[in-house]
Design a protein around this ligand. Structure first.
Ligand SMILES: N[C@@H](CCC(=O)N[C@@H](CS)C(=O)NCC(=O)O)C(=O)O
Length: 199
């Protein structure tokens, strides 16, 4: 398999983590963030939105969207529960991640870490950071009395949510008001075959 990625992207890290933990061999193809390569005609044939991650499973068979890729990698492994209810719960939390973590923690991290909070994005950064507290509160409450997001076992829902949540400090978002989230991050980090984003 071939993973087209930005090495510092949380969306791409999710996929690398699931690839590592599901035991797939893969090669990494680094795309430039600022050289226009993801919008080149060649890459748009791979990923029509011009975004990464894109996972080429075999020539001519490519998956885009991190949640779809995680679902594919999790199928038939311990990373995806087998029963319909828990699978639907996994989809629920991966949807929450896209709706409520990407536009908040991930955007705040991008503006702070990658751009250094330029003047014209100060308002957007402040709004994303403020909105992150709402998402973290929902996660904190769900994790009360639970070890993982779905069915009391580690799954691709945790992989998805972990990627940007553990990077919140890079957005100057303090996680100390969320002890359940912090304990869950530590449990995810302790899973077999865990890899770091900057590893
Ligand atoms: N919903 C997509 C989001 C993918 C995404 O936003 N990728 C970013 C990197 S984290 C990207 O490729 N940005 C380049 C661009 O939009 O030009 C997913 O979960 O895979």
């Amino acid at each position: 398999m071939k993973l087209y990625e930005f090495p510092t992207s949380g969306n791409c890290y999710k996929v690398r983590l699931a690839l590592a933990q599901s035991g797939h061999a893969f090669e990494r193809r680094e795309m430039g963030r600022n050289d226009g390569s993801v919008k080149s005609p060649d890459f748009l044939r791979v990923s029509p939105s011009g975004r990464v991650p894109a996972l080429e499973i075999k020539p001519g068979q490519v998956l885009v969207e991190s949640s779809a890729i995680l679902f594919y990698l999790g199928k038939g492994t311990a990373l995806l529960p087998e029963d319909a209810f828990h699978q639907a719960e996994v989809v629920r939390w991966m949807s929450f991640e896209q709706d409520s973590v990407l536009p908040t923690i991930a955007i705040a991290r991008f503006i702070k870490k990658m751009l250094g909070v330029p003047k014209d994005r100060e308002g957007e950064y402040a709004a994303a950071r403020a909105a992150a507290s709402g998402s973290l509160k929902i996660m904190e409450e769900h994790l009360e009395g639970r070890s993982f997001f779905v069915g009391e076992r580690y799954s691709i829902a945790d992989v998805s949510l972990y990627a940007y949540t553990h990077l919140a400090p890079e957005a100057a978002i303090d996680l100390s008001p969320y002890p359940n989230v912090l304990a869950w991050l530590a449990r995810v980090k302790a899973q077999p075959k865990h890899i770091e984003i900057y590893g």
